[in-house]
Design a protein around this ligand. Structure first.
Ligand code: 4AD
Ligand code: MG
Length: 478
């Protein structure tokens, strides 16, 4: 490789005809011993390289196969063929890395998503995964942009935590103890005093509790990091390792929290519509194709881009949990006993209920607030009715819960009472309780599941296809 290659996106954009270009990428297809479709991941489009087969020996041409890495120098010219405006007349072609056509799994044909999951190290070579990952990256950038522009402080909360009791699901333990022969205390239990941190530690399920301490000093903070949950949920919406965005704001109540969530999600969706049209158009086509084989009632109501614009242009419906239960109990599926799970005040809403509200009843994103205290975490602020807490869930079509948050309990006595009721030792979370001792004030925040957002924006049905290397029960290959 003699010169620094330009990115194909830039070459195609520049349109500088009759000038020299340098490019490098992976061969998508090679036709008629003459036309190479080259992709370097910078854009959905391939760059067509045209070579003169007379100039190369037979065995060299054989090495130009799908998946091979090549470097080329040449001249950008107007293309006479269909399918592209410009192409490169190649002067110099170098094969950087061959790809055995007998074994290379990513052939230029349709592969199932299941198959590609098993080839997760090579699936980014497909047009589809290129598009998904570019969208994912830009969404992450837009999230930082939103918070930075709105004067939030980016906070890195710990990944290994001593918190044992957040109530957000099962935790993965972190230990350096010898599992075959762990040290024991006098009662015969494992002696975590001898463990690396001198106490039992886990991977975090959420950065919220630590984020609260910083919000109560710096006003507006957000985290954006990996979180871990050891639930055995084999669904299309759950990962054992996923990324969460958690803003936390002092002096903000639940209404402010709902406004923030809505404004934030709309900003990020508007950004992706502006900056990744091409990828979204491709993803929209893929979805339409995939849904062709489904019966009408299983297909999306709207094409992908229209759906994103719909979210952008409509106010999210806001209803209380109590209203939601009333609507559900009046609904056809409830009366016809079509719901699998019961609908009763006090029980958690199941995904079938959430989907009915969002997809059938309101046909719009919905924020449900004021849930029964019993089904929500200890830190949510108790309402004057003594039964409900200032919680909110944002529900999206096709996804269900995309955001969960609340106004936090800022009253010391109420918090301690609640912890005791829920079997959480206030001593263990002494630092969290301390916040209510020194300069307490109302504050609120929420958590957005990043992969669920990527799913919504890309229209991908399975969360395993929107993260490079999904971690799910019995699956940690790569
Ligand atoms: O509703 P959750 O459990 O809320 C919290 O953890 C709070 N501490 C957040 C806060 O108030 N700061 O999780 C937040 C979001 C969910 O709405 C969902 O989108 C996503 O995280 N989520 C998951 N995403 C993928 N896989 C899983 N196993 C998930 N569990 C939750
Ligand atoms: Mg939740």
């Amino acid at each position: 490789m003699k010169k620094k290659p330009q990115r194909i996106k830039e070459i195609l954009k520049s349109n500088k005809l009759n000038l020299p270009v340098v490019t490098a990428g992976w061969v998508k297809t090679f036709r008629n011993d003459r036309f190479i479709a080259l992709n370097d991941g910078s854009t959905l489009d391939n760059l067509q390289l045209v070579i003169d087969p007379e100039k190369y020996p037979e065995d060299f041409l054989k090495k130009i196969s799908t998946g091979a890495a090549v470097y080329a120098e040449g001249e950008l010219v107007k293309s006479l063929g269909k399918g592209q405006d410009v192409e490169v007349l190649v002067d110099k072609l170098e094969i950087l890395g061959e790809s055995d056509p007998e074994t290379y799994p990513i052939q230029p044909k349709r592969h199932s998503l299941e198959f590609l999951r098993e080839k997760a190290h090579l699936r980014p070579r497909t047009t589809l995964f290129g598009a998904i990952m570019r969208v994912r990256s830009r969404l992450a950038f837009a999230i930082h942009k939103y918070f930075q522009e709105n004067d939030f402080l980016y906070l890195n909360t710990p990944i290994i935590t001593g918190i044992d009791a957040e109530g957000a699901g099962q935790m993965f333990q972190v230990t350096t103890l010898d599992l075959k022969n762990p040290p024991r205390n006098e009662e015969g239990q494992i002696d975590y005093k001898k463990d690396f941190f001198g106490k039992k530690t886990n991977l975090t399920v959420s950065g919220q509790l630590e984020a609260e301490t910083y919000a109560m000093a710096l006003g507006k903070v957000y985290t954006f990091g990996p979180t871990f949950r050891a639930e055995n949920s084999n669904t299309t919406r759950h990962l054992a390792e996923f990324w969460m965005v958690e803003p936390e704001v002092a002096f903000m109540d639940l209404d402010g929290n709902m406004d923030l969530a809505e404004d934030f999600v709309k900003y990020v969706i508007s950004d992706i519509l502006t900056h990744h049209r091409k990828d979204l158009e491709f993803l929209e086509k893929r979805l339409l194709n995939e849904e062709k084989s489904l019966p009408q009632n299983k297909r999306s109501d709207m094409p992908l881009i229209e759906k994103l614009e719909f979210v952008l242009n409509n106010r999210f419906v806001r209803i209380s949990y109590t209203e939601a239960i009333e609507i559900l109990r009046q609904s056809k599926p409830f009366k016809k006993k079509k719901f699998q799970y019961p609908v009763e005040w006090g029980l958690d809403l199941q995904s079938e209920h959430e989907r009915y509200l969002v997809e059938k009843h309101f046909k719009s994103p919905v924020i449900i607030f004021d849930y029964p205290a019993k089904i929500k975490a200890f830190y949510m602020r108790l309402n004057p009715d003594g039964n409900t807490v200032r919680a909110m869930d944002v529900l999206f079509p096709g996804i269900g819960e995309i955001i969960g948050g609340s106004q936090r309990e800022e009253r010391l006595d109420v918090l301690i009472e609640k912890m005791k009721q829920m079997g959480i030792d206030p001593e263990e979370l002494w630092w969290y309780v301390d916040l209510r001792r020194y300069g307490t004030a109302i504050h609120s925040g929420f958590g957005l599941g990043f992969e669920r957002l990527v799913q919504f924006v890309t229209g991908m049905g399975n969360i395993r296809d929107v993260i490079p290397y999904p971690r799910t029960p019995k699956n940690a290959e790569f």
